[in-house]
Ligand binder design. Structure first.
Ligand SMILES: *Cc1c(COP(=O)(O)O)cnc(C)c1O
Length: 445
């Protein structure tokens, strides 16, 4: 009897996985529950102290950041974003998608992060600052007790101009690295994949950044950039697919979020877990944040990855256990999406292997849904998002539909808005109008 039931469960599981896989390769939306997930699992490979060290380093740099980027004056040189309640948008979505969500929805507004208007202002800027500090300490130009605002000088700019920073990007990482590196005085090469938006390239060129445009996708751009870095002297390659420093910079967000939740008297415990929805490209940003949050909240936080139906690289890597050895193209998935921040065909093996058992699950979304959510977020909450960032907002409804949330549990949902504030108004307007049109069409049907 028992054996029979077990087999039935097994068969159900196999069928479910087949359906998900069928949807993945046909570029249809799907929801994925990670079977390997261990909610209270420990991640041994990285010591949380390293995240705390990263936070201290950012504090050392705060006087410099405060001096050279006036948009950070309000926060004294700390690059941080608001956490806001978006229950007004929640009510709209509940009506529109005909689905009730238990628990409040908050938005982490990294779309408004100072300096580069996206989540990359965490990891990207952190890694450049760490390298800048390393070089200056090595040459006895500063020590950790100094006021780092002295880095804003001709002497330091001349010093850093002897070094070359190289990075590949679908857009936003290039923006972050390019802006901070050129401010410090570094020479910067940004290799852009074909998805990268024109305005991002133009903005960087205006700052004197050397922008190299590629015909190929992101994985190709990284490959070429890595080769260039290997060949040149005094160059430093920021490796989006493997960088621990990027990862640690992103992870600092967890310490900041912990304070924001406390400040708002939001309790996180067994009966009130935190559910976090993170748009995912190569995996560094959502991975770092997941690592940080798991270290802070343990089994009471559950993180979900969000990807476009045309580029589900990380989920595919986690599902198959193949990580960096898979590419969506191998499965006939074209990788083409308007969510340029998520247009990645090959996931980070470093992040995938590290968090294999720490990611709760994920889902994919069609591009047209991104535009609708982008419009709703502006109508209801006055947010300016780019398409990639809108992907997280539907997360709470997706999980509710799947009956993921058990009875008597009242979670707090956090949708991570990963980018948008720097999108030029005319371009953003077009996104918004596209979203509005799609919403109107739905109502007629
Ligand atoms: C880069 C990016 C992400 C995802 O970060 P990864 O480290 O590539 O996974 C999400 N949203 C936006 C807007 C981004 O630019």
């Amino acid at each position: 009897m028992k054996k029979g039931r077990l087999d039935k469960e097994k068969i159900k599981k196999v069928i479910k996985n087949c359906v998900i896989f069928h949807n993945i390769i046909n570029m249809k939306e799907f929801i994925w529950k990670n079977e390997k997930y261990i909610p209270n699992g420990k991640i041994e490979e990285i010591n949380f102290q390293e995240v705390i060290d990263a936070e201290s380093r950012l504090e050392r740099f705060a006087p410099y950041i405060n001096k050279v980027f006036c948009e950070t004056n309000e926060s004294n040189g700390i690059i941080e974003s608001r956490l806001i309640n978006i229950n007004k948008m929640k009510v709209f979505m509940e009506n529109y998608y005909n689905e009730i969500v238990i628990g409040d929805i908050y938005c982490k507004c990294d779309n408004e992060l100072p300096i580069s208007g996206s989540i990359k202002a965490r990891g990207g800027i952190y890694e450049v600052l760490k390298y800048a500090e390393y070089l200056a300490i090595k040459d006895n130009l500063i020590n950790v007790q100094d006021d780092y605002s002295k880095l804003d000088s001709e002497e330091f700019k001349k010093f850093y101009s002897g070094y070359n920073i190289i990075v590949a990007s679908t857009g936003n990482l290039g923006l972050s690295i390019g802006i901070i590196s050129s401010k410090l005085g570094f020479k910067v090469d940004v290799h852009m994949s074909y998805d990268a938006k024109g305005w991002k390239k133009e903005l960087l060129k205006g700052l004197g950044v050397n922008v190299i445009e590629h015909e190929g996708d992101y994985s190709k751009a990284i490959e070429i950039a890595r080769k260039q870095a290997n060949l040149s002297k005094n160059s430093y390659f920021i490796d989006d697919e493997n960088s621990k420093d990027l990862f640690l910079g992103y992870a600092v967000a967890a310490l900041r979020l912990e304070k924001q939740l406390k400040y708002k008297n939001i309790i996180i415990d067994e009966r009130h877990p935190l559910l976090v929805y993170l748009p995912c490209g190569v995996g560094g940003a959502p991975g770092g944040i997941t690592f940080g949050l798991k270290s802070v909240f343990g089994e009471n936080v559950h993180c979900f990855l969000v990807e476009p139906t045309h580029a589900p690289a990380m989920i595919l890597g986690l599902m198959t256990g193949q990580h960096e050895n898979i590419s969506v193209k191998k499965y006939g998935i074209d990788g083409k999406t308007d969510a340029d921040g998520l247009a990645v065909g090959k996931p980070s093996g470093f992040v995938g292997k590290l968090l294999e058992k720490s990611i709760a699950g994920g889902y994919t979304l069609e591009d047209k849904e991104l535009y609708k959510l982008l419009a709703i977020a502006n109508n209801e909450e006055h947010l300016q998002l780019e398409p990639s960032a809108a992907a997280s907002f539907i997360g709470p409804l997706k999980l509710s539909k799947e009956n993921y949330i058990k009875k008597d549990i009242v979670p707090t949902h956090i949708v991570w808005a990963t980018g948008g504030a720097m999108v030029p108004q005319d371009i953003w307007k077009k996104y918004y109008e596209k979203g509005l049109d799609l919403l109107k069409k739905d109502e007629i049907i």
